[in-house]
Design a protein around this ligand. Structure first.
Ligand code: ADP
Ligand code: MG
Ligand code: ZN
Length: 606
């Protein structure tokens, strides 16, 4: 049911109940007989009347035999006068024992105030429904200066540090905040200033939001959740007033946590120009700084912010007294990945053959969110097979789905295209297998996934943070392996290699300009890429080198790419027979797994 129709029904029921109450007032006492004024006169003359009560225009008559009767008079004229007009004598009037009663408060409320108030109340109710309606739509005309922070006090789905796998150092840092929030007095008694803010930094999906909720859960305090982009709206000044409102609400609820997610949306360096909402953002950021300086550090409000772009934050946010606790959250290593998988596998029935350790081995570079998604995809795959349990195959297959996108079974390649793809992928795989610094091949396939026609999956055998120049050089040769294989086999190249060429060129350029790995140009960084994000892309690179250097960079990039091409070509010429064999196998089986692939290189296979 739509909320509007529901509200109308509620309003109708309310009206019905109210009218029922009103009619109930009259029905409740046994209704006395209604008589005319003339009957009353004759009753008085007969001496049948014991007493008369007047209440406003309402007249209640009690007869000698204790029966009750009612009648009405003109409200402006007194009853005595009316009766005298009817020819009642003074004695008879006296005997009738007339008492005049004030209107009772109850009947006054029911009879006078409520009827006049009722339309007003109804109007107010209708108004209220309308405003609620509007709030549901995008029109927040009446509340846009208020922060729309969601307060979470949920004890039901409380998150604790136990729900966050790995991130050991981060948890240790944050444990301190939990202590502060739990016993603010203990610290302030010793004259220690409580920290005002903590900044969580890390790539998307590494569990920053989760950790912030865990702090609140551990300390058992309210949690105000707001995303940086929610501050910034069309109207100038709204962001600042939202910040003010948010901090006011938080101060009332202290001790508590204010969580500003994606703070880079408002906390970017000020004064870098460009982008329309730039003024508004500055005002919002200024207001955050003012509020953070403004409150007493000992009332127990802690501002936790998260970002995946700490490099673009305004230095003012990072100075002491603001976000002075800074916590870096890394991508999980193999042990952490296993732990994260274990947490998310808890409510999923796994078949006996599932080895989460093996899955963790195969997923370097996956974030916590990726791993959660992976298990979810596995469950979906198992459900589609009508199985009650998730098998290892479900999980392994889903790794590729998460990495490369879903299989496109409907994507039909012509025979010719299939052959080109087979040689292309075989080319990548052979170069990767034969070069010492390249990651081992896990799988080669000519089933298209996502945007790729086929794919060669190679995975590092261990987590690596540092990369050697030799690895980059070999990687470039692997990237060109497909291109070279096509050229050597068919004497022509296709557009299928364009993505490889782009990646290879970019890597070569980064080698020269960012990593200082070029011999000719030396250990220097060229160009300062300025953070001006427009449609999610950096569009501006500041050149801090001469035209001559630019030429030298181009020449160096060219040399690196050509070198990689030659390496790949040498391998392809020497391994022509092997290339044919793998391509043929691919055309037959479509997919070759690691073991089968390595077996093709054994002397027996040749
Ligand atoms: P971020 O805010 O860093 O982008 P989130 O905190 O929103 O990432 O993480 C998304 C989801 O990924 C979480 O809800 C959680 O289910 C899962 N996740 C991420 N990291 C972990 C972790 N270390 N342990 C358990 N689950 C995690
Ligand atoms: Mg987040
Ligand atoms: Zn390719």
């Amino acid at each position: 049911m739509k909320p509007l129709s529901k509200n109308i029904i509620i309003a109708l029921v309310a009206v019905l109940v109210i009218s029922a109450i009103f009619s109930g007032v009259n029905l409740s006492s046994e209704a006395p007989e209604d008589i005319s004024m003339a009957t009353l006169v004759s009753e008085i003359q007969e001496g049948a009347v014991k007493s008369i009560e007047i209440e406003g225009a309402e007249i209640t008559i009690l007869l000698q035999d204790d029966t009750e009767q009612t009648t009405r008079k003109e409200s402006a004229v007194s009853l005595s006068e009316t009766l005298i007009d009817y020819g009642i004598t003074a004695e008879e009037l006296k005997a009738a024992d007339i008492t005049v009663k004030d209107r009772s408060t109850r009947s006054y409320i029911l009879g006078v105030i409520l009827p006049s108030l009722l339309p007003l109340l109804l109007l107010m109710a209708i108004f209220w429904f309308m405003i609620k309606q509007m709030g549901g739509a995008n029109n927040k005309a009446l509340s846009f200066g208020m922060s729309n922070a969601r307060e979470m006090k949920d004890t039901k789905q409380k998150v604790t540090f136990e729900d966050v796998a790995g991130a050991k150092e981060a948890k240790e840092e944050l444990q301190e905040l939990v202590e502060f929030l739990k016993h603010p007095k203990k610290f302030s008694d010793l004259g220690a200033n409580l920290p005002k803010g903590a900044l969580l930094m890390g790539r998307p999906g590494t569990g920053k939001t989760l950790l912030a909720r865990a702090i609140a859960g551990e300390a058992g305090v309210p949690f105000f959740h707001l995303s940086g982009s929610e501050f910034v709206e069309m109207f100038v000044g709204v962001g600042a007033s939202r910040v003010r409102d948010l901090f006011n609400r938080a101060k009332k609820a202290a001790p508590c946590i204010i969580f500003i997610d994606e703070i880079d949306a408002v906390g970017r360096q000020r004064g870098t120009g460009m982008g329309g909402s730039h003024d508004e953002r500055e005002q919002t950021l200024n207001q955050i700084l003012v509020e953070m300086d403004g409150f007493d550090p000992n009332i127990g409000v802690i501002v936790v912010a998260a970002t995946n772009r700490p490099d673009v934050l305004d230095p003012a946010l990072l100075r002491p007294g603001r976000f002075d606790r800074r916590v870096m959250i890394d991508l999980p290593d193999i042990n952490d990945r296993e732990a994260i998988l274990t947490i998310h596998a808890k409510n999923k029935p796994l078949a006996e053959d599932v080895k989460l350790r093996r899955v963790a081995e195969r997923t370097p570079g996956f974030s916590g969110a990726d791993l959660m998604n992976l298990l979810n995809e596995s469950a979906i795959r198992a459900a589609r097979r009508d199985d009650k349990k998730i098998t290892q195959e479900d999980v392994l297959d889903s790794i590729e789905k998460v990495l490369l996108g879903p299989e496109r079974k409907s994507f039909v390649m012509s025979k010719e295209e299939k052959k080109v793809t087979a040689y292309h992928e075989a080319g990548h795989a052979i170069v990767a297998h034969l070069l010492p610094n390249s990651d081992p091949v896990h799988k080669v396939s000519i089933i298209s996934r996502g945007s790729a026609g086929g794919y060669t999956l190679k995975l590092p055998s261990e987590d690596r943070r540092l990369h050697k120049r030799a690895e980059f050089i070999d990687d470039m040769a692997v990237m060109l392996g497909g291109f070279v294989a096509e050229k050597e086999t068919f004497g022509d190249v296709t557009t299928g290699a364009s993505d490889d060429l782009r990646k290879c060129t970019r890597l070569a350029r980064e080698l020269v300009t960012r990593y200082g790995m070029s011999e000719a140009l030396g250990p220097r960084v060229f160009g300062e890429s300025q953070e001006m994000v427009f449609l999610g892309k950096e569009i501006h690179e500041q050149r801090n080198y001469s035209e001559k250097t630019a030429e030298a960079i181009d020449a160096e990039v060219d040399k690196l790419v050509r070198g990689a091409m030659e390496t790949a070509r040498d391998i392809m010429r020497k391994e022509k027979a092997q290339l044919d064999r793998i391509a043929k196998e691919l055309l037959e089986k479509e997919t070759i797994e690691k073991e089968a692939f390595e077996a093709l290189f054994s002397p027996a296979a040749k």
